[in-house]
Design a protein around this ligand. Structure first.
Ligand SMILES: Cc1cc2nc3c(=O)[nH]c(=O)nc-3n(C[C@H](O)[C@H](O)[C@H](O)COP(=O)(O)OP(=O)(O)OC[C@H]3O[C@@H](n4cnc5c(N)ncnc54)[C@H](O)[C@@H]3O)c2cc1C
Length: 589
């Protein structure tokens, strides 16, 4: 298709190598299971994947936005742009999907943290296509944890290579945030399989021909199941049934009825799926569907959180380039008589730094959560494993919500940097905002993530896990006493004090005044992310200085900028959070 050239994307490999160090790469590389992985190997993997992302993967990005994936009602087929198919093929040929699959199962045996970087580059280069990969990785994880030996043997290898892809089928018209309303029915058959009937909506990459089979993971209710989420079970429903020898057999009774017309991610088909007595296989225990699906959902929450910095990075690169070439007005700092590039105006500098520092902080937050996840997965049972799992649980809703909120703001700010040209489609920057808009909605809206943080994650064991994290932040900040970081450190510590007080208020309110807690949950999540982000930005600056990295001086200034802009307003934010539900009076009975 003839569309304007895509905006170039440069994968930030150097920056990512620094972020990995801050996230906890050293701890991971000390584990025996990763003895075959070192920093040189990681660097070469990232360099090689960066070339694929910047080249073939990015080449379909603009085409997908303009041409969309399409649906043929006669055949029920969904077609993605040809550029998507080529990029997907390269991904499969390169074996990239198996990088973090355990070596024992034929994969690369790398930490998930490194595969996360590949996902980030993929999402920056082509968000719509990257969703296909995200869902497949989620299906792999769910099967690794909950699948029977037979299911793993039949499906895992092909999913890992990407020859087959995965989907996640939760949403129905009456069941969005409230999955307890799911009605898709699964009835037992005599041969041990299940018959699934119902209609799912909004299923990402629910139908397509990039892969030769699609493995749908479906939440459904059995006839005698208890109401609500407790009665849900998880089923594997392949598009083509699979014979015992692994060969594809007949087409299953699952098909796309239509695809949605959307604000963004046009290349990603969002399907209405009909299950009409489709053959399914139970995954995990009967009525244990939510627990099993949570494996996939938590994986997807971190992956969707990652879309925040991924989109923001791309938007920043484009806005930065524009700001260095567009001239308007004369900057007060200019020594020439001619107009200055807009990057010399303080307000444009403020916009660009807000974008770049929040992108870095969001990246660090996600990587940190994923490193905890890797450690929790690899360490044997014991208090250390539990600690890492608690940190994953605590950080996941913040990583999803805070990072995508910042990504969305950054995409919008990028348009502001472009001025009127940002609103004109030719520049391509508008696509970033349209694509970013979904990230705060799907995979559990950011409002629901915030409620999860306030009502489930924080109150666990009377707030002990949150306090553990706060203590870690305080101890870590005490280690960095570089004069250049003192201002930033005092701002983050001040915001941490507010967060601790607000956390105590929140835990109390959850029990005694739940509406007050609900009214404050989203801003509480914001404050939580600001503090963790501030801490990680200081750790990044300190690490850059320690490693004598060329960007060390700049990293110090970036940590200070972030602390002033994001942690400075903590006291005011704390006051709003604890003001309770009475401020909502205009809409309350
Ligand atoms: C492009 C796209 C792709 C998607 N991909 C998939 C997919 O692959 N698989 C899948 O299963 N689903 C998918 N979804 C569905 C998505 O996860 C849901 O849209 C999302 O969870 C929100 O549900 P909803 O749309 O029904 O909104 P609703 O639940 O109706 O929410 C509307 C608003 O009310 C708020 N709200 C709802 N309940 C509460 C509450 N209890 N307390 C406070 N606020 C509340 C929400 O935060 C939101 O702001 C996709 C959706 C889209 C648009």
């Amino acid at each position: 298709m003839n569309v304007p050239a895509p905006t170039p994307y440069r994968a930030p490999v150097d920056e990512v190598m620094l972020a990995l160090e801050v996230a906890g790469l050293s701890e991971l590389l000390e584990l025996d299971v990763f003895a075959h992985v070192d920093r040189d190997a990681i660097r070469s993997v990232l360099d090689e994947f960066a070339r694929l992302a910047e080249g073939e993967i990015a080449s379909g990005d603009r085409v997908g936005d303009v041409a969309h994936s399409t649906f043929d009602p006669a055949s029920g087929e969904v077609s993605a742009p040809a550029e998507f198919a080529r990029a997907y093929e390269r991904y499969v040929e390169g074996g990239w999907g198996a990088l973090q699959i355990p070596s024992a199962l034929g994969g690369g045996g790398f930490p998930t943290l490194i595969a996360t970087v590949l996902q980030e580059f993929f999402a920056s280069a082509n968000l719509a296509l990257s969703l296909n990969i995200v869902l497949t990785l989620g299906a792999i994880e769910a099967l690794l944890q909950w699948g029977s030996d037979e299911q793993r043997a039949l499906y895992l290898t092909k999913l890992a290579t990407g020859e087959w892809s995965g989907t996640m089928n939760l949403t129905e018209a009456q069941a969005g945030s409230d999955l307890g309303e799911i009605r898709t029915l699964a009835t037992a058959r005599e041969d041990g399989t299940w018959s699934l009937s119902g209609t799912k909506i909004f299923i990402t990459w629910g139908e397509h021909t990039l892969s030769s089979n699609i493995v749908h993971l479906v939440l459904a209710r059995t006839p005698d199941a208890p109401p609500g989420t407790k009665g849900l079970s998880l089923f594997l429903v392949p598009k083509f049934l699979v014979a015992a020898n692994g060969e594809l057999a007949e087409r299953n009774a699952v098909r796309a009825l239509s695809i949605e017309h959307k604000l963004g991610i046009h290349g990603s088909p969002t399907c209405v799926m009909e299950f009409d007595h489709a053959t399914g296989f139970l995954v995990g225990p009967l009525h244990g569907g939510m627990k099993a699906m949570f494996t996939m959902m938590n994986n997807a929450r971190l992956a969707i959180g990652l879309e925040g910095p991924a989109v923001a990075e791309r938007a920043y690169q484009h806005a930065y380039e524009y700001a260095t070439t567009r001239t308007q007005g004369r900057a007060t700092s200019s020594s020439t008589a001619t107009n200055s590039p807009i990057i010399e105006h303080p307000d444009v500098q403020r916009m660009l730094l807000t974008m770049s520092t929040s992108t870095q902080a969001a990246r660090l937050l996600i990587y940190r959560a994923v490193a905890h996840k890797d450690l929790a997965h690899q360490l044997g049972d014991g208090p250390l494993r539990e600690h890492h799992q608690e940190m994953v649980d605590l950080l996941t809703p913040v990583a999803k919500a805070w990072s995508t909120d910042r990504g969305l703001e950054a995409a919008s700010t990028a348009i502001q940097v472009f001025g009127g040209m940002g609103f004109i489609e030719e520049t391509g920057i508008a696509q970033r905002l349209r694509d970013a808009r979904i990230t705060t909605i799907y995979e559990g809206t950011n409002g629901i993530q915030s409620i999860d943080l306030a009502f489930r994650k924080i109150p666990r064991q009377g707030g002990a896990h949150a306090r553990e994290l706060f203590d870690e932040i305080r101890q870590s900040l005490a280690k960095h006493d570089e004069p250049a970081l003192r201002h930033a450190t005092s701002l983050v510590l001040g915001a941490l004090d507010v967060l601790e007080t607000t956390t105590t208020w929140m835990i109390e309110a959850v029990t005694n005044a739940p509406d007050d807690a609900l009214a404050g949950a989203t801003l509480y999540q914001r404050l939580f992310g600001d503090v963790v982000g501030g801490w990680l930005m200081i750790a990044r600056a300190a690490r850059a200085a320690l490693l004598a990295r060329p960007e060390a001086a700049r990293a110090l200034d970036e940590a200070t900028f972030f602390a002033i802009e994001f942690c400075g307003p903590a006291t005011a934010l704390g006051a709003v959070i604890t003001s309770g539900a009475k401020r909502l009076a205009p809409l309350r009975p």
